[in-house]
Design a protein. Structure first.
Length: 138
């Protein structure tokens, strides 16, 4: 299995002579819930409808727990939690939830392992063993 990349030139900043090329992953498509349920059905004893029902219920329960302020940890998959984006105020008294909170968003941290004792970079489990190749140009 492999992922594909293309190079894209960074155009940020005023000094154009220091713009560099960076790798960007090329998506080769999208897999939806129905297709995942079919794939899981092929590899387990569960029917597609059972898998679909479990996925739907998982999404429903995750929404509920997140709305209660919980972090949802799907071991081996990752952690989900809600975060807010807000505009600042000069004083705590001037902060108004209705005016200063701009949106609530869901954050995801993929499951991973640390190299070393509690320090060092985290190796994300989804990226382990993936080959990186150039995207074939037409």
């Amino acid at each position: 299995m492999a992922i594909f990349i293309r190079l894209r030139k960074d155009k940020m900043g005023a000094d154009k002579k220091h713009h560099k090329y960076y790798a960007h992953m090329v998506s080769t498509g999208e897999v939806g819930t129905e297709e995942l349920a079919n794939l899981i059905q092929e590899n387990t004893t569960f029917k597609r409808s059972e898998v679909r029902g479990i996925i739907d219920e998982l999404v429903s329960q995750m929404k509920r727990e997140l709305a209660l302020g919980q972090t949802v940890n799907l071991e081996g998959f990752g952690r989900f939690h809600l975060a807010v984006e807000s505009e600042g105020s000069d004083t705590p008294e001037e902060f108004n939830i209705a005016q200063n909170i701009k949106r609530v968003k869901c954050k995801f941290m993929p499951a991973g392992t640390r190299q070393g004792k509690q320090t060092g970079p985290v190796t994300q489990l989804f990226g382990e063993g993936v080959d990186v190749k150039w995207f074939p140009e037409d």
